[in-house]
Write a protein that binds this ligand. Structure first.
Ligand code: NAI
Length: 339
């Protein structure tokens, strides 16, 4: 099954996919026609915990839905055109948002802010109105700002629940496991690496010291590995040469995180994975959102784990992360306040 390996890597108490869905999970993908949206919709169609899958985009969602709906899994699939956002959101429990523009060579994720901020704000506003208790998984970049945008938009509407808004940072976790496995010469399943902070460049802080095969890596090899985890997205942007950023690995990562949430919502215990959420960890420094290991449960965020011991190098990476992250969060917040 598609996400088995990564679920194992992400979860501190590994379990295989459960096929005995105790309850229905109705999911919508907003941006389902895009580079991430299409393969993500495909993967969600193969997830046994999804019973109903709505696909929405301003372009092309009905076609993607017709295609995906022929796959022989039990879930029902429906496509919704641009003017059918409210119908697409009706009764959904989980909203996945990959809508927005991706990077081109030379761009940072922050360069996407001007276009994606309003897309995400408007979609969050519709979720707040039609499906106010839904769990929202934000993929659209810059995640460090779009998650605060979703939170502030819902708060404005009086329906914000911090246990239900997640920035999807799973691709950083997937890359960390894959790249560390390559360096250590072991299987990626055996090299889970917690990744904390945010989701862009130096705000991505991999904790190799907490990984069985990562903790022995040091010197130049360590520096190169950290750089590759932080800036791995650039490799894809450059290789695609103007055609976009990571879509297939991101769809895999998004489906993996969604499956972890579905399992938590279904009452499975011990589902733990890094995700960017409202967090108490650095609130005293004015940083309201932070990614760290989070236990997912029936209400969404069940418990935010402490970071655990950091090495001297990781303390330095964190010191570089925090001011940038703070700026990104404030930019998102300010955008909604001035809207
Ligand atoms: P894409 O351009 O291929 O697809 C985006 C889709 O969003 C298009 O189909 C477009 O029609 C749709 N869209 C635009 N405005 C919309 C709206 N108001 N409502 C519904 N749909 C709308 O882009 P791609 O490659 O799928 O990337 C999507 C986003 O995901 C980008 O912001 C990208 O930076 C981000 N991303 C996030 C990652 C992460 O780790 N969280 C990794 C890779 C990309």
């Amino acid at each position: 099954m598609f996400a088995r390996a990564a679920v194992r890597a992400l979860n501190s108490q590994p379990r295989l996919f459960s096929t005995t869905a105790a309850r229905n999970t109705k999911v919508v993908v907003l941006g389902a026609g895009g580079g991430i949206g299409q393969p993500l919709s495909l993967l969600l169609k193969t997830d046994p915990l999804v019973t109903s899958l709505n696909l929405y985009d301003i372009r092309g969602a009905p076609g993607v839905a017709a295609d995906v709906s022929h796959i022989d899994t039990p879930s029902e699939v429906q496509g919704f055109a641009a003017d059918k956002l409210d119908e697409a959101l009706d009764g959904v429990e989980v909203v996945v948002i990959p809508a927005g523009v991706p990077r081109k060579p030379g761009m940072t994720r922050d360069d996407l802010f001007n276009t994606n901020a309003s897309i995400v704000r408007d979609l969050a506003s519709a979720v707040g109105r039609v499906a106010p208790t839904a769990h929202i998984l934000v993929i659209s970049n810059p995640v460090n700002s779009t998650v605060p945008i979703v939170a502030s938009t819902l708060a404005k509407a009086g329906v914000y629940n911090p246990a239900r808004v997640f920035g999807v940072t799973t691709l950083d976790v997937v890359r960390a496991a894959r790249f560390t496995a390559g360096v250590a010469g072991v299987h990626p399943n055996d090299t889970p690496v917690p990744v904390i902070g945010g989701h862009s460049g130096t705000t991505i802080v991999p904790l190799l010291s907490q990984s069985a095969h990562g903790k022995g890596i040091n010197g130049e090899v360590y520096d190169k590995l950290i750089y590759r985890i932080q800036f791995g997205g650039d490799e894809v942007v450059q290789a695609k040469d103007g055609a976009g950023s990571a879509t297939l690995s991101m769809a895999y990562a998004g489906a993996t995180f969604a499956n972890a949430l579905f399992r938590g919502l279904n009452g499975e215990k011990g589902v733990v994975t890094p995700t960017f959420v409202e967090s108490p960890l650095y609130k005293d420094q004015g940083i309201d959102f932070f990614s760290s290991n989070v236990e997912l449960g029936v209400n969404g965020v069940e418990k935010i784990h402490p970071l655990g011991p950091l090495s001297a190098e990781e303390e330095k990476l964190l010191a570089a992360c925090l001011p940038e992250l703070k700026k990104n969060i404030e930019r998102g917040r300010a955008f909604v306040e001035s809207s």
